[in-house]
Write a protein that binds this ligand. Structure first.
Ligand code: UTP
Length: 292
């Protein structure tokens, strides 16, 4: 099997309870970072990594995501009529081509592992990427690009990792490190959401994965783990005997946009990175900080 990564899965079936009431009738993944929804950031990152097929695992109340990746004729006509050529061009350049997007539904939010398993028939028998839109990584080259470039050499399961504060291990899947080569670590175990005393390290998995298709067999047999959910980390741990697991220390800054404070951090950081806004936002942040 070649190590080419052509397909990406975007699990967007979660309930987003931490963002209620904002997510009562709007998917969490449509929350904007400045003016771009989280899910578009993720799709653009996948495009930059050479992904050709985009598979969304959606759920109830997520149709806004499908509409976002469709052409909106009324809007296009109106922009054309009003001569807004620049905006019009910007509305098209990131749209995947016809037939490149597929949607399937996770009928019940039984966990990330279950969401990925729902994509099994659309992925088939080849390595594939998984991107969690609420993990936003500011990086150049983009995080998944870095990983795809590395995957040619590693194969196996390759997952982005970062060091977290030891008291935060219970928020993440944590790597039990076998060997550490700096950029890459090889795992001998993985634990989902361990307490700080149980955690084998403080090296945490974030929402970028390149996985072997055999993961679907393990997910199909999986039992519910931490939080009563079918956990992707547990399936990857079960695969360790047959498939090597590599943690990849990406270059870049990750924002946890599933968390309110992380989401605000991301908005400020992305606004400061925008030449059209940076000066105003910097002045505002300085003023507000001085008056605290
Ligand atoms: P989270 O753990 O952030 O859960 O999911 P959530 O439901 O989205 O949000 P909260 O905790 O209630 O606020 C991490 C990722 O896994 C997806 C989510 O959409 C998100 O991208 N997910 C989670 C699913 O697709 N299905 C699930 O059953 C659970």
């Amino acid at each position: 099997m070649s190590n080419a990564v052509r397909k990406a899965v975007f699990p967007v079936g979660g309930l987003g309870t931490r963002f209620l009431p904002a997510t009562k009738s709007m998917p969490k993944e449509m929350l904007p970072i400045v003016d771009k929804p989280l899910i578009q950031h993720a799709v653009e990152e996948a495009q930059a990594a050479g992904i050709e097929e985009f598979i969304f695992v959606t759920g109830r109340g997520k149709t806004a995501i499908e509409d976002h990746f469709d052409r909106s004729f009324e809007l296009y006509d109106l922009l054309e009529e009003r001569g807004k050529k620049e905006i019009l061009a910007k509305m098209s350049e990131w749209l995947p081509s016809a037939g490149a997007v597929a949607y399937t539904r996770q009928q019940e939010p039984l966990g990330l592992g279950h969401a990925v398993w729902c994509a099994r028939n659309l992925v088939g028998d080849e390595p594939f990427a998984v991107l969690l839109a609420d993990d936003l990584v500011m990086a150049d080259p983009p995080c998944l690009r870095q990983m795809v470039d590395t995957y040619g050499d590693t194969g196996g399961n390759l997952v982005a990792v970062m060091e977290v504060e030891p008291e935060h291990t219970s928020r993440y899947g944590i790597v039990d490190v076998d060997s550490d080569q700096g950029k890459l670590v090889q795992a001998k175990g993985l634990v989902e959401k361990p307490s700080p005393v149980e955690a084998p390290s403080n090296l945490a998995i974030i929402g970028r994965y390149i996985l072997r298709p055999e993961v679907f067999d393990f997910l199909g047999d999986a039992e519910r783990g931490a939080g009563g959910e079918i956990q992707l980390t547990d399936a990857l741990a079960s695969m360790l005997g047959s498939t090597p697991f590599f943690g990849y220390r990406y270059s870049g800054v990750r924002y946890d946009c599933g968390d309110k404070v992380g989401f605000l951090h991301a908005n400020v950081a992305y606004a400061l990175a925008r030449p059209d806004m940076a000066d105003d936002v910097r002045t505002f942040v300085r003023d507000i900080a001085e008056n605290l």
